[in-house]
Design a protein around this ligand. Structure first.
Ligand code: NAG
Ligand code: NAG
Ligand code: NAG
Ligand code: NAG
Ligand code: NAG
Ligand code: CU
Length: 649
């Protein structure tokens, strides 16, 4: 989980963009707007800044009340009253936050950021850093003394975290790999050699040579499929699309939602509404949902590995790492595709063709069924196959591939799944058999001469649920055993509902505790009198095991709990803070929540944060490429509808 060397990114030099009317106020910036922003900034007083670089260019999210008003009014073919962009640039070694008004092409506000941490690294910076060793004679000497051919080496930049330094400059460490004889670049680490690069001056500041470690061989490392499309799916003419994409709006069965994209989060699902056939009304479920941060700490404290504690979303960006999806491999033949747009380090628009795919998934599962044998002389069987709608993207962050799915079900559920694939970050070692290992290796032997270092993946989702309206509460319904009275039974369980009142109370570790987590609209009831709600169905429990005073843990302290609920605040979206590169833990979800420990979250607009966690102690099957390992969560209606909504479709 480190770098992104994107070959699929296309810099758009010629823009033939149809004058596009905004279909939705949360539409991502289009290439024309990105060019406009680049032009405004490079012709402003910022142009004189030394080494002006664009680190973040995104829609400045309009206020929720304005968006909701616009959506509920019937003025949807009039354009939204304002359109703004948020830009973070660096120049003259300073970070500047700028808000632009895109309607009149003007800078609305600017603010120099002086706090800790840095904005995401740009692709240009990463590529420049990766090339530096090849201009260095010292590097040539170091690798030739190892008997290696410099033309067969690839170096990748790794972010370096923060370990208590009082001044943390922008820097990366390069690790280098030997490509000879393999396409699996990460499988041949040149262990013992790392290169510290100062990003501000773009110069090598140090070669760290810990001595030679045997280079793992190339044999058995390739992972390419024998043919381009290993299992071509026959074109099925019956799979007629039953969804409609209009701009970034998607309509399918009883769902309507908006699909956005930015360099940081990747896919963003917004304003998801579900049609209630009984009420004859579209009802709100999810105002905005996206991956907020990803924390990947490696469990190797040795001098060459200790700093590998990545915050992939904040340091690199999931959208920045989005790859072009391959039809029939990444998405089935009935998929529709959307391109992704973002700004490069020079501010110019870049396109990731086919960054997102949308398709109906014929799961082969049963949506519901029943066989009734209780009617004399008859057997009645009825049911429906499960067909869902999936929105997918893949972020390839260096060695790992994160497959991110949002799956909409006609039952009213939204399921988010993250699949891990790609190749392991392995550490070269002398061992060719596990029996030889007598010391602590920080991971098991996964292939000859390779240790698969233990590590975690914590993928934190930002979920601004608006269950049938903005004002919601967070309820923990505890299942508790009770002694039975005057019954042959001795015990039973019952549900004790507890509304969690403050951000402090709503910070949860979920394990064996039998409880249901519900986002409830306390102002709405079903006809039967139950409170309208959605339930968070959590996946396998995993929280960070690092000690609280460990520096990576200080930076990602929110990973000690899987669930947080905070009062809605538009500027709180990135769980490890916006400035995640070299951050010191002074911003982010845990800090906001601590600041507001006593803040009520009852009958208020609230946001939920859920972390999908994996503890990964690798095994041999993860080499040379890992079979997809998935986890996720489901948001499932609980007394939201009067009855099973599938029957009304
Ligand atoms: C939308 O705009 C078009 C022309 O711009 C107009 O003909 C149409 O009536 C409008 N629709 C609504 C619902 O306002
Ligand atoms: C080094 O590798 C390059 C590129 O693969 C190759 O052209 C060259 O012959 C190699 N040099 C030596 C000395 O093996
Ligand atoms: C920034 O500009 C200075 C000269 O103005 C140059 O020495 C330095 O290498 C530049 N840094 C980068 C990252 O381009
Ligand atoms: C919203 O969040 C920002 C960033 O954490 C903070 O500065 C601001 O005070 C918050 N606003 C409210 C009303 O809490
Ligand atoms: C929260 O409330 C407790 C008890 O009333 C109080 O002691 C504490 O100082 C409050 N914390 C903050 C941050 O307001
Ligand atoms: Cu892993």
């Amino acid at each position: 989980m480190a770098i992104l060397i994107l070959i699929t990114v296309i810099t758009l030099q010629f823009l033939f963009i149809r004058s596009q009317q905004h279909h939705h106020p949360l539409d991502p910036l289009n290439p024309k707007e990105i060019s406009q922003i680049q032009h405004i900034i490079t012709t402003s007083h910022f142009a004189s800044l030394r080494n002006l670089t664009f680190h973040f260019v995104d829609l400045d999210e309009p206020d929720k009340k304005d968006v909701l008003q616009w959506l509920s009014s019937h003025k949807q073919n009039q354009s939204f009253p304002y359109r703004r962009a948020k830009v973070v640039i660096r120049g003259g070694a300073q970070t500047q936050e700028i808000i632009l008004d895109l309607k009149n092409g003007a800078i609305m506000s600017e603010h120099g950021y002086k706090g800790d941490g840095y904005p995401p690294l740009t692709l240009t910076e990463l590529l420049q850093a990766a090339r530096l060793p090849f201009q260095s004679l010292q590097f040539k000497d170091l690798v030739t003394s190892r008997g290696l051919n410099v033309s067969e080496i690839t170096c990748f930049p790794f972010t370096i975290g923060w370990f208590g330094e009082s001044i943390a400059k922008r820097a990366v460490r390069l690790s280098c790999f030997y490509r000879q004889g393999t396409t699996n670049v990460f499988s041949r680490p040149i262990e013992g050699l790392t290169i510290l690069v100062d990003i501000e001056s773009m110069k090598i500041s140090k070669f760290i040579d810990k001595g030679k470690v045997p280079l793992p061989g190339a044999e058995g490392t390739d992972f390419q499929s024998s043919s381009e499309n290993p299992n071509p799916v026959p074109c099925d003419s019956n799979t007629k699309r039953s969804f409609v994409i209009n701009g970034n709006n998607v309509k399918w069965k009883n769902w309507r939602f908006h699909v956005g994209f930015n360099a940081r989060a990747g896919v963003i699902i917004s304003t998801a509404l579900i049609f209630d056939a009984v009420k004859n009304k579209w009802r709100s479920v999810l105002y905005r949902g996206h991956v907020s941060e990803t924390f990947v700490p490696y469990m190797d404290p040795s001098s060459e590995w200790y700093y590998r504690t990545f915050l992939d979303v904040g340091e690199f960006g999931f959208g920045r790492s989005a790859v072009t999806l391959v039809p029939l491999t990444d998405c089935p033949n009935n998929a529709a595709y959307m391109d992704g747009y973002m700004a490069g380090g020079d501010g110019l628009p870049q396109q990731v063709p086919k960054a997102i795919c949308i398709f109906e998934r014929y799961t082969g599962d049963i949506a519901w069924r029943h066989t009734e044998v209780g009617i004399p002389g008859k057997v009645i069987t009825s049911g429906e196959p499960e067909v869902n709608l999936v929105v997918r993207m893949v972020a390839t962050v260096g060695n790992y591939d994160y497959i991110l799915d949002w799956e909409f079900k006609q039952s009213g559920s939204i399921k988010a799944v993250v699949g891990l694939s790609g190749v392991l970050e392995t550490k070269a070692a002398t061992y060719t058999n596990a029996d030889q290992i007598k010391e602590e290796t920080f991971g098991p032997l996964v292939a000859s001469n390779r240790i698969g270092n233990n590590h975690d993946h914590f993928i934190t989702y930002y979920l601004d649920l608006d269950i049938d309206g903005e004002d919601n509460s967070f309820v923990k319904a505890n299942l508790r055993a009770k002694k039975a009275k005057s019954s042959p039974r001795k015990s039973y369980w019952r549900v004790i509902r507890k509304t969690l009142k403050t951000e402090d109370e709503a910070r949860l570790k979920i394990g064996m505790d039998a409880s249901e987590l519900l986002v409830v609209n306390p102002n709405k009831k079903t006809k039967l009198g139950n409170h309208v709600s959605y339930r968070l169905m959590t996946g396998q429990p995993a929280v960070s095991l690092l000690m609280d005073d460990d520096f990576p843990q200080i930076r990602a302290s929110y990973t000690k709990y899987q669930v947080w609920v905070t009062a809605y605040n538009k500027s709180q979206r990135w769980a490890a803070g916006f400035y995640a590169d070299r951050s010191t833990g002074k911003d982010g979800l845990a800090i906001w929540s601590r600041r507001h420990v006593n803040e009520s979250i009852v009958n208020k607009d609230i946001a939920m944060w859920y972390t999908v966690g994996f503890h990964h102690s690798p095994c041999q099957e993860d080499f040379p490429v890992m079979a997809t390992l998935s986890s996720g969560f489901e948001l499932r209606p609980a007394n939201f509808f009067e009855r099973n909504p599938i029957l009304n479709n």
